[in-house]
Design a binder for this molecule. Structure first.
Ligand code: FES
Length: 123
């Protein structure tokens, strides 16, 4: 039941099989009375989630929905000025904001579902 609250208190974004390695899925999460725009990526079979906001300028990374990876699928990239991030840490390694980090959203896989949770500072 993608996009639904789970019995574990988080938001079910998708089934694991819905997000292939090298792809991503956007979601909206209600935290502390605010809506967070986030995205989850499958990087080499593991899932990571971040707030969809570039470290350079606070705008979404993607122009085309759910397109976050570079062509070679090794990094995440902001389509505006090319900030390049490690998919598994959110660290910016190239472009206008090296050394900065995307804001992490806790993510877990339970019974074949990808579930995200409010970051502690947003709850
Ligand atoms: S806004 Fe993302 S690189 Fe400039």
């Amino acid at each position: 039941m993608p996009g639904c609250d789970s019995v574990w208190g988080g938001l079910v974004v998708a089934n694991t099989t819905d997000i292939a390695p090298g792809s991503a899925r956007k979601f909206q999460l209600q935290c502390g009375g605010k809506t967070i725009d986030g995205f989850v990526v499958n990087f080499k079979g593991k899932f990571y989630a971040y707030i969809n906001q570039c470290c350079h300028i606070p705008i979404p990374l993607d122009w085309i929905d759910n397109e976050f990876f570079t062509k070679d699928k090794r990094h995440l990239i902001c389509m505006t000025h090319g900030a390049t991030y490690e998919p598994n840490t959110g660290l910016c390694i190239d472009g206008p904001c090296p050394g900065e980090h995307l804001e992490v959203i806790p993510v877990a896989v339970k019974q074949g579902q990808v579930i995200v949770y409010c970051p502690p500072e947003w709850d």
